[in-house]
Write a protein that binds this ligand. Structure first.
Ligand code: NAG
Ligand code: NAG
Ligand code: NAG
Ligand code: NAG
Ligand code: NAG
Ligand code: NAG
Ligand code: NAG
Length: 762
């Protein structure tokens, strides 16, 4: 199954009790084989014949009880052999042919002697012997014979051994690149004597101390004095106590790191060559007075509460100062604090308590390129000054969470080379933000997260053509129109998570900077409604630009804009069912069309049957009207207006002027203007009159209004039980037509209107 061209094979954590040739196929290209914890007991002589070209063989954690005599020897090209945790009691294995071997790791075994087999003298490239966590308690002169003869450049790791005694002279004149004797002694006394027995050793880097703070090492004094007899370039100390006299032993080192030590003071230590000095997490407050160290380039004194900086001055080569995480007050910063050190390029004062700026805080620090004092509250008068005046060369400025209120728009006046500006967790007064970045023409990265910003003016980033990354998280932004400013064309990353953006209009989405490849919109209350369908579609089709696309959540309906739902039931925007909107849209369209059609149909029907509608209406009204009647007229005359002459001249003339006068109701004269004609007919005419006179003529039978009035009157009188209709036939009317008019109600006519008087005019 394994391709023969395989180069690296990690076969760890399998079950291979017996390793022999047939286990693996021929893998001549294989270089790296990892057989960690494969329960290997037996390694046959031919075990590695199929992979002769291995350079790395890892056999960690196998309880090997039998090594075939020549099993390893076929691996002529082996560089690295790891036999950790293999239950070895000695290096009694044949690997004399591995002349290319560089690293031998036999840590975590039970080996009691560090003597190497003589053949290793010929291993010319050998450079790492790792004997950590074995059972070496005595180191004799003879044990180092072979090491002495291997020409230097060797790293020797003896950590976590129970060394009781080192024979003096064992390391005399030996050169090691690195010696690790951290936790290598059985006791503190053994360490004290052991260090002295290392006398005459030359070593590049010496790793000492303990992995854990040892109660004894805290209180002891003088157990490190043996270091004065060793020549070393670098010293890396962990959990060791350092008295003033012990510090004298490290004055010739170039690189010094004391972590979790017990240093009381670093004062007037005559360091000769030190380039880098690191004091990390000292257990007690250390008082530092450093000056005139001509070689010092890097000074790190961090994580030490209440560190007392008495003086740091006059060090012409000093370039990097890190005094972060000490939780102290820094007063009179910074030119007075760091006097006569013109080459300071980076200054890290972050994570301290308070910082008080002097009047011209950075005037002596014109080489400064990196300035970081985030999380250190800016106190005192300085708050109003032009903070960053004269920082011509600063490229990196971190002033996040310094509790500063930016009032002046000139705060960054001269930082024209600034590339990175981190200023999260501060505040802006008025429109300071809009003008703040005016001269930062080189800036590529700005972080103004968590600044309670609720809007950003269009002009804010207009002078920043190189801006590539903009972080605006945890603000209160609702709109992002400012990112479409044409000068922001280089913008690649925009983070606006945890704001209150509900949606982004299409015109902004279409004008986002072309190079924008990361947009973090997570934890905004996205409005997932169909009205925002374009925005949601845009999100779902641009998923690759959202680093946290599963956290782009829909505003939960019940919780308003609150972000956390105890049930975690908020929907991801990318899961929004876009098709539901399409369904709703279609449904809406269909219902609207139906409604319109129905309306048209109803209007058509109403128009077509308006007569019946009116008729029905009147009947209804008639039923509802009370019976008590006050007649205003004696008779209502129903006639065609074409017969008006006759009505006026004959009928009105005779009846109204007769004795007694009969008061007639004529539509031309008596109907109320502005009232619907049907209402007039019923109110004024039919209901307001005692009798009804119908003037029948040809015109009458032709007029639908007349017929209507007549029918209404008939129906009305039927419902009222008041059958007083006088019909005047004005001229001969064709029988057909008369029937058409009167025949409509032929049957009721005969039954209910027996008293209709038919009078011929003549
Ligand atoms: C080891 O080297 C010797 C001498 O070069 C050679 O004779 C012998 O065959 C080698 N052994 C193996 C297992 O390759
Ligand atoms: C370590 O070596 C000592 C003798 O030097 C021996 O008594 C002890 O049993 C050894 N410890 C282990 C764990 O093998
Ligand atoms: C010493 O060994 C290291 C790697 O282990 C190598 O980088 C370095 O060049 C060597 N130095 C000398 C002088 O051989
Ligand atoms: C430091 O080096 C000087 C010579 O350069 C030597 O005299 C002195 O003993 C050395 N000090 C230590 C502690 O090794
Ligand atoms: C300053 O120190 C802090 C640790 O306190 C570290 O996180 C930060 O990266 C450092 N600043 C720079 C610019 O290296
Ligand atoms: C920007 O620089 C110009 C000229 O260097 C200066 O006049 C102006 O005040 C500066 N603007 C800000 C906001 O500092
Ligand atoms: C977009 O980025 C590429 C490199 O990633 C750059 O060459 C190009 O100029 C950028 N485009 C714009 C408009 O800045």
């Amino acid at each position: 199954i394994l391709p023969s061209s395989l180069k690296i094979l990690d076969f760890s954590f399998n079950f291979l009790p017996t390793l022999k040739r047939s286990v693996f196929p021929q893998l001549y290209d294989l270089q790296h084989l990892d057989l960690t914890r494969c329960h290997i007991h037996h390694i046959a002589d031919d075990a590695f014949l199929n992979m002769k070209n291995l350079t790395t063989l890892i056999l960690t954690g196998n309880p090997v009880s039998y090594f075939g005599p020549d099993s390893l020897n076929v691996l002529h090209k082996l560089h690295r052999l790891v036999l950790m945790d293999s239950g070895l009691y000695s290096l009694n294995i044949r690997f004399n042919n591995l002349t290319k071997l560089q690293e031998l790791n036999i840590g975590t075994n039970n080996i009691q002697s560090m003597a190497l087999p003589p053949f290793m003298i010929h291993f010319e490239d050998f450079n790492l012997l790792d004997l950590h966590a074995n059972n070496i308690s005595i180191l004799k002169v003879n044990d180092t014979n072979i090491l002495q003869q291997m020409k230097g450049n060797l790293t020797l790791i003896l950590s976590r051994n129970p060394i009781l005694h080192i024979e003096p002279g064992a390391f005399q004149n030996m050169y090691l690149r690195e010696l690790n004797i951290r936790n290598a002694f059985a006791s503190l006394d053994a360490q004290r004597d052991g260090l002295k027995a290392l006398s005459g050793l030359n070593v590049g880097k010496l790793v000492i101390g303990n992995y854990r703070l040892d109660y004894r090492s805290k209180t002891s004094d003088g157990d490190l004095n043996g270091l004065c007899l060793i020549n070393f370039e670098e010293i890396d100390s962990l959990c060791a106590g350092w008295s003033a006299s012990e510090l004298q032993c490290i004055v010739n080192a170039t690189k010094i790191s004391i972590e979790r030590g017990n240093v009381r003071a670093i004062k007037n230590v005559p360091f000769q060559r030190v380039k880098e000095l690191r004091i990390v997490a000292n257990y007690i407050p250390v008082s530092m007075e450093l000056s005139h160290l001509e070689t010092l380039e890097t000074l790190v004194a961090i994580q030490t509460p209440n560190i007392l900086i008495v003086r740091i001055s006059d060090m012409p080569r000093l370039q990097h100062i890190d005094l972060s995480q000490n939780g102290v007050d820094i007063r009179n910063c910074c030119e007075n604090y760091f006097k006569r050190m013109p080459n300071i390029r980076s200054l890290n004062l972050s994570n301290n308590r308070n910082m008080y700026l002097s009047k011209n805080p950075f005037s002596g620090l014109s080489s400064l390129e990196v300035l970081d004092f985030h999380q250190t509250t800016l106190g005192g008068l300085a708050a109003n000054f032009k903070l960053y005046k004269k920082l011509w060369n600063v490229r990196y400025l971190d002033i996040s969470y310094i509790g500063f209120m930016f009032r002046s728009t000139m705060s960054f006046g001269s930082l024209s080379r600034l590339k990175v500006l981190k200023m999260a967790g501060n505040h802006f007064q008025g429109d300071a933000l809009s003008y703040l970045f005016e001269n930062l023409t080189s800036v590529e990265y700005i972080d103004i997260s968590n600044c309670e910003i609720d809007s950003i003016a269009w002009r804010t980033f207009k002078d920043l053509p190189r801006l590539q990354q903009l972080l605006l998280n945890q603000n209160r932004l609702m709109v992002l129109d400012f990112v479409t400013h044409p000068n922001l064309k280089d913008l690649r990353l925009l983070e606006v998570h945890t704001n209150i953006i509900a949606s982004i209009p299409l015109n902004i989405l279409q004008n986002l900077p072309k190079n924008l490849t990361v947009l973090d919109l997570s934890f905004n209350p996205i409005d997932c409604s169909c009205s925002q369908i374009n925005f949601i579609l845009w999100i779902t089709s641009h998923q690759q630009i959202f680093p946290q696309k599963n956290n782009i959540l829909c505003k939960s309906q019940s919780l308003g804009s609150s972000y956390i739902n105890a049930l975690g039931s908020r929907h991801k925007t990318i899961d929004f069912d876009v098709e539901s909107c399409e369904r709703i849209r279609r449904f809406t369209i269909v219902t609207s069309i139906c409604a319109v059609v129905l309306l048209v149909l109803a209007s058509f029907l109403a128009y077509r049957f308006q007569f019946y509608l009116r008729y029905g209406y009147i009947l209804l009204k008639g039923y509802r009207t009370s019976r008590q009647q006050e007649w205003s007229y004696d008779a209502f005359v129903i006639y065609s207006s074409k017969d008006e002459c006759w009505v006026m001249d004959e009928l009105v003339e005779n009846l109204e002027n007769g004795i007694p006068p009969i008061h007639l109701c004529l539509h031309v004269r008596d109907f109320e203007a502005g009232k619907a004609i049907t209402s007039n007919i019923i109110d004024e005419g039919i209901m307001g009159s005692r009798k009804i006179i119908v003037v029948v003529s040809k015109h009458f039978t032709d007029s639908s209004w007349c017929r209507f009035e007549f029918e209404v009157a008939q129906s009305w009188l039927v419902t009222q039980g008041n059958p007083n209709i006088i019909i005047i036939i004005l001229e001969d009317v064709e029988e057909e037509k008369t029937k058409k008019v009167f025949g409509l109600h032929k049957t009721p006519e005969k039954e209910h209107l027996p008293e209709v008087e038919l009078k011929s005019h003549k």
